[in-house]
Design a protein around this ligand. Sequence first.
Ligand SMILES: *Cc1c(COP(=O)(O)O)cnc(C)c1O
Length: 361
Amino acid sequence: MERVYNFSAGPANLPVPVLEKAAKELVNYGEAGMSVMEMSHRSKMYIDIFDQAKNLLIELMNIPDNYKVLFLQGGASTQFAMVPLNLFKNKKADYVNTGEWSKKAIAEAKRYGTINVVASSEDKIFSYIPELDSSTFSSDADYFHITLNNTIYGTRYTELPDTGNIPLVTDMSSNILSEVIDINKFGLIYAGAQKNIGPAGVAVVIIREDLVGSALDITPTMLNYKTHVGNDSMFNTPPTYGIYVAKLVFEWLKDLGGVPAIQKINEHKAGLLYEYLDNSNMFKGTVATKDRSLMNIPFVTGNDELDNQFVKEAEKAGFVNLKGHRSVGGMRASIYNPMPVEGVTKLIEFMKKFEIDNKNK
Ligand SMILES: *Cc1c(COP(=O)(O)O)cnc(C)c1O
C-alpha cells in the first residue's frame, strides 16, 4: 500500500527521508555491528548520537548558554507535575486556560499549591486566545504558565504575555520547531516529541539554569530537574531510540534551512487551507482569525452527518486521521513540519470536489 497523508494530531507523521534513514540503519548502525536500540546508553557511539541530537536542537532553536536541554520520559503530561514540583517556592502560580491541555496542567499544579487562572476562553469552546490583563497577574507567583499552541482547538499565541521577572513557562508540544521563537522570553519550555520532534516516548525540556535546584522536598528523584541536569539526561536509561530518531529529524530540518525556512513553509501550508476555508460554502474554520494555529486546523460543515461522511470518504482517498477532537466535533487537519505542501494542496482539491458533489446537503 502507498503511504497516506496522515493528519493525525499525534503521534504524527515523520519525514519520509528520516524513516528511510532509520530503516537503513535499523539492524546495523554504521560500524557498530548492532542497532541503536541495542546500544548501551553509556557507549561512546551512543553518547555521540545523543550529543548530536542535543547540539542540533540548541542550534535549531538558538538556545542560549544559560539554558539546559533535557531529553526525558513521561511525555508532556509528566511536566504538568514537574513544573510546580521544581519551580514552587511561594507555591503560587498563574495559568491561562486555553483548553484541555491547559486544564490538565492546572489540575496537576493545584495538587501542590495555589493556582490563579488569570484568563480562560472556555466560554466559547476555546476558539480564541483570551486577552490578558497584567493587573490580574499575581506579583508573588513562582511562574506563569501558557499552552503556546492548543492542539485540540487550533489556537496559538501570536504575542506573549509580559510577565516581568516572573518566569514564563510554556507547553510547546504541538508547535516546537514550527516557527522562530525567542528562548530568552521563557524560563522553561517543555514538549512531548510525538508531534514535531520524533516518536512518542521522548519529552524535551529547555530550562533556564537558575530555575534548577530548588525543587520541593517531596519531589521524587526522577521528577527533579536537577537529577537530569546533573547527569546530562542519563541518570537512568534515556529513551535511546527515540532520541536517535529525533536527531534524524533535526538533521532533516537543518538541511531544509532550519526553523526560519520551515516557518515560511508552515505559513504557506496553513495559509492555503485557511484561505480555502474562508471562501468555502461548506467548510468553515472554528477559530478566531487572529489566533489561528499553523499546526492544527479544525473545521466543520455545521452538519454532523456530512462531517462523518467527509471523514470517511477522505480516509478512502488517502487522507487519514481528519476526525476532529470529540470536544469540538467536525474535522481537524494537523499539518506539522513533516506534512508536505502537496498533502495540503491535495486535501484542498479533495474538499473542493466533496463540496461540489454534496452541495445539496
Ligand atoms: C499532546 C499534547 C500533550 C500531551 O502529551 P503527552 O506526551 O501525551 O503527555 C500535552 N500538551 C499539548 C499541547 C499537547 O499537544
